[in-house]
Design a protein around this ligand. Structure first.
Ligand SMILES: Cc1cc2nc3c(=O)[nH]c(=O)nc-3n(C[C@H](O)[C@H](O)[C@H](O)COP(=O)(O)OP(=O)(O)OC[C@H]3O[C@@H](n4cnc5c(N)ncnc54)[C@H](O)[C@@H]3O)c2cc1C
Length: 508
């Protein structure tokens, strides 16, 4: 019935109304929603949207795509991409949100794991894990309204990643349906070729339908601290020292951000630093010689009620060279700490910037280039801020398995620079073209200065750009595509391969 329905549907003009199918999963009537993403810059109407409930539904959709030379299949997590990566022009969008099962299981080594459908949101996993079992994954994203399948197709980075690795380093097993419609259970021990290909694989090698994620006891409380630096060099020296500390002596969460050295910018100025509404940022403590940007180191220490946290924190902060007096701190439950971005989401929804275009830029840049980057990009192109957070914090390459598909800079220590623009829609905010031109200017400077950098959540338009992005691993990426999705059906919105020109099995 499904094939008959889609055959009929695909003979219709794309974008016409869809009726529920009700056969092994219901069809989503909302083509419009599947034609856009959080970025709000790219649009493409699919021919059909399907809500798979099982791996077999995914197999069926992929087999259907084989029947038409033009037809592609894009799994869509929560559509939080910013450059059309989850779109399928005239193709089949698989709305993965119905794959929402969560189960507590024991992994092969006896470890407790969450066995979850790929459409589960990380926020749902947090609530379920902590409330029902007192357990939690080790690695998170800042914002939790993202699906397990969506972030595992990229990396999943937050303040735990320096120690625990990104989310893709915290997976015990996956179920993946390849572009050959093969439903495979894979892990580091079993079909490891597909397991590592799918992690950070940009949806190119298979649809992740299920993930098994190891769990740890959830700590009751988090001491959340922010301290301020006037100099990037001093900030970088401190934060790199902190991420190298052994676990027993260190913080559990480390991030940081640049902010404008002004009081008139609520979103990215002095006021963006205090955690509690009652705390005040005293600009009189900032050295008069400071530049246009200041830097905030953000720390989290997981702890119990009776473990002398005040003394521990005091000792841990003592060696740091931040501006004394510019410390901000609070205590939250673990769930509230991890859900902290919900407040920012509510504020952005209220002021219109949640639904405005988001031309975000995320760069992974080598620690050896980051001080120069600060001087010649952050303090220059971005000296007036971006209307939202400018995250800058280090990660360690040794926490990322090189067999995974994601491309990284070549050094052990590299920084995530995340330019998370939250502007109000034009004309209340700047025209989106200006913001995109600013992104281009930043990338031009990165290239002309010869920085060792990669885009995180990359988006390119030509094969040459993708080949450059993957560098020495491009041949492996092409070979994986030829093996797992030789018809180039999957995730066409990444613009890496095209259905008409699938990858050659002998990579160039
Ligand atoms: C407000 C906000 C905050 C964010 N915060 C962070 C953060 O802290 N850390 C971080 O690392 N990232 C962050 N991101 C980026 C986010 O990780 C990516 O945009 C991610 O792709 C979004 O997940 P999604 O579930 O919406 O995926 P989608 O945007 O729906 O899909 C992303 C890509 O993955 C593919 N895909 C989706 N599901 C599957 C699947 N099951 N199997 C195979 N391929 C699939 C899609 O086809 C598409 O190519 C943030 C994004 C937003 C908008």
């Amino acid at each position: 019935m499904m094939i008959a329905y889609l055959d009929q549907r695909l003979r219709l003009a794309p974008g016409t109304d869809v009726d529920p199918c009700g056969d092994g999963g219901e069809l989503d009537p909302d083509l419009e929603a599947a034609s856009k993403d959080f970025g709000g810059v790219t649009r493409a109407l699919p021919a059909v949207v399907r809500r798979p409930c099982s791996g077999d539904d995914v197999v069926e959709a992929i087999r259907l795509a084989w029947r038409y030379d033009h037809l592609t299949v894009a799994p869509r997590g929560n559509g939080h991409s910013v450059a059309g990566q989850a779109l399928a022009p005239d193709g089949i969008v698989l709305n993965m949100r119905a794959m929402s099962r969560m189960e507590l299981v024991r992994g092969d080594g006896g470890q407790l794991c969450a066995d979850v459908g790929a459409g589960v949101l990380w926020g749902e996993l947090l609530e379920w894990g902590v409330a029902e079992h007192g357990l939690s994954p080790a690695s998170w994203t800042d914002y939790l309204g993202l699906t397990v399948g969506g972030t595992l197709s990229n990396a999943g980075i937050s303040g735990q990643a320096f120690r625990k690795g990104p989310q893709i380093s915290n997976v015990a097993e996956l179920e993946v349906v390849t572009g050959e419609a093969e439903r495979v259970v894979c892990s580091p021990e079993r079909r490891s070729d597909l397991f590592y290909a799918a992690l950070g694989g940009l949806g190119q090698f298979g649809v992740i339908t299920r993930a098994r994620i190891p769990l740890l006891p959830a700590p009751p409380l988090v001491r959340w601290i922010r301290v301020v630096y006037a100099s990037f060099e001093v900030y970088a020296a401190d934060v790199e020292w902190l991420v190298a500390r052994p676990e027993r002596e260190g913080f559990n969460y480390i991030e940081g951000f640049a902010f404008v050295n002004r009081g008139d910018d609520q979103a990215s100025g002095w006021e963006s630093v205090p955690i509690e509404p009652s705390s005040v940022f005293d600009p009189g403590l900032v050295p008069p010689s400071s530049g246009p940007l200041l830097y905030c180191l953000e720390l989290g220490l997981y702890h119990d009620v009776h473990d002398g946290v005040d003394k521990r924190v005091e000792e841990m902060l003592r060696p740091l060279k931040y501006i004394r007096g510019l410390e901000f701190t609070t205590e939250l439950s673990y769930v509230d700490f991890l859900s902290r971005v919900n407040l920012a989401e509510s504020a952005a929804r209220a002021n219109g910037s949640w639904h405005a275009p988001h031309p975000w830029l995320n760069i992974l840049i080598s620690a050896s280039d980051v001080v120069h980057f600060d001087r010649h990009v952050l303090q220059s192109v971005l000296k007036d801020g971006i209307g939202g957070p400018m995250l800058v914090y280090p990660l360690l390459r040794s926490k990322w398995d090189p067999q995974m598909s994601v491309a990284l800079p070549d050094t052990e220590v590299f920084y995530l620079v995340a330019l998370l623009r939250f502007n109000r829609p034009y004309p209340a905010g700047p025209p989106v073209e200006n913001l995109m031109a600013q992104n281009r200017e930043i990338l031009t400077r990165c290239k002309s200065n010869g920085y060792d950098f990669k885009l995180y959540l990359p988006h390119y338009k030509t094969e040459a750009e993708w080949a450059h992005h993957f560098g020495k691993d491009w041949a492996r990426f092409v070979e994986r595509k030829a093996r797992f999705d030789p018809r180039a059906i999957l995730s066409p919105g990444q613009l890496i391969f095209t259905r008409a020109h699938p990858p050659s099995s002998s990579p160039s």
